[in-house]
Write a protein that binds this ligand. Structure first.
Ligand code: AVJ
Length: 321
């Protein structure tokens, strides 16, 4: 069966974006780095390891929820094309592919991810396991390239795992508007969101005992060292996860253990860290069901179905453009 791969994000584009993000974030007060730079090949592997951790409930909770709801989603949607943003390993997506196949509507799967290595691996595995499924992969950034999504078929765009929570509120609103504009009336959006839960359960999910999330967090410094010739002493930064009750989001920080001067050769930039200085590397917002409905409604979507697990930790919401 045919497998296509579109590159909307070339190495040169990614390099320019990383430079701009690193310069903006490292010269800001407080300093920050956007979470998309975690996901080089090593970071994508570390994220897959996170999904298996006992403390990290979102992936297995969403998988169980998909097992229970995928057939209803397939029947309600009727789409013949599943587009997935931030598809990663596409592991959970198989539940959707199987359900849409049972509903006899599935023709094509369009996985989009920033990591070309993760995408190629996922597509090779899917090609072997789903003969007859058209695969059209897209290397791209879901905040930048929605207008260039493949347009064949009646699409349902899946955005799972709570990744929408990694966008800040203005980015989130812009993303949803752009997606709504990219879809034709009647096409669908399936959104997976993390719900607001007890911080005693949530914080350990972002600060596991084995230290995998800490390694994942520090990986962004390895990326800057390799890609921009920076000289971060990676092990001199501690991982921290904090629940921000006002914003209802988890913040991951890297905390400088001592005062440091870091040079970023390719940016001609020298950056000072004070002892104890915190740099935010990820926001992971959690939602209330009403908040999910409101943000979709404000972007022009109409909600046609919503499901949550028994403990109300994760939600899936199906909306029509
Ligand atoms: C699944 C990508 C949304 O915010 O939970 C996991 C990434 N960060 N542990 C999340 C993540 C720290 C994650 N996403």
């Amino acid at each position: 069966m045919t497998a296509l791969l579109d590159i909307h994000l070339t190495g040169a584009d990614a390099d320019a974006a990383l430079r701009a993000d690193a310069r903006a974030g490292l010269t800001a007060a407080p300093k920050y780095l956007p979470p998309k730079w975690f996901y080089d090949a090593r970071g994508s592997v570390l994220f897959e390891q996170i999904t298996e951790l006992p403390e990290y409930f979102p992936t297995r909770t969403e998988r169980a929820l998909l097992e229970r709801t995928a057939d209803a989603i397939a029947i309600t949607s009727g789409a013949d094309t599943i587009v997935e943003l931030g598809s990663g390993s596409s592991a959970k997506t198989r539940l959707l592919l199987d359900a849409f196949r049972r509903a006899e509507s599935l023709r094509r799967y369009v996985p989009q991810d920033v990591s070309e290595s993760a995408l190629r691996e996922a597509m090779a595995a899917l090609a072997a396991d789903y003969p007859g499924l058209e695969l059209h992969g897209v290397v791209g950034d879901f905040t930048a390239h929605l207008d260039r999504l493949p347009s064949e078929g009646h699409r349902m765009v899946a955005f799972l795992g709570g990744t929408i929570g990694n966008l800040l509120p203005p980015e989130r609103a812009a993303f949803l508007r752009a997606l709504r504009t990219a879809l034709r009336p009647g096409e669908q959006f399936l959104l997976g969101t993390g719900l607001v839960v007890d911080p005693a359960v949530l914080v350990p999910a972002y600060d596991d005992a084995a230290g995998v999330t800490a390694e994942f967090n520090r990986n962004v410094l390895h990326v800057l060292n390799r890609e921009l010739g920076a000289d971060f002493d990676v092990d001199a930064f501690d991982h921290e996860a904090v629940w921000d009750a006002g914003n209802e989001w988890i913040e991951m920080h890297l905390v400088a253990r001592r005062a440091m001067t870091v040079t970023v050769a390719e940016l001609d930039l020298t950056v000072q860290f004070a002892a104890g200085e915190e740099m935010c590397t990820e926001v992971s917002a959690k939602f209330r069901p009403s908040g999910v409905r409101n943000m979709l409604g404000e972007a022009g979507f109409r909600v046609v179905g919503s499901w949550a697990d028994r403990d109300e930790r994760m939600a899936l919401t199906l909306a029509t453009a």
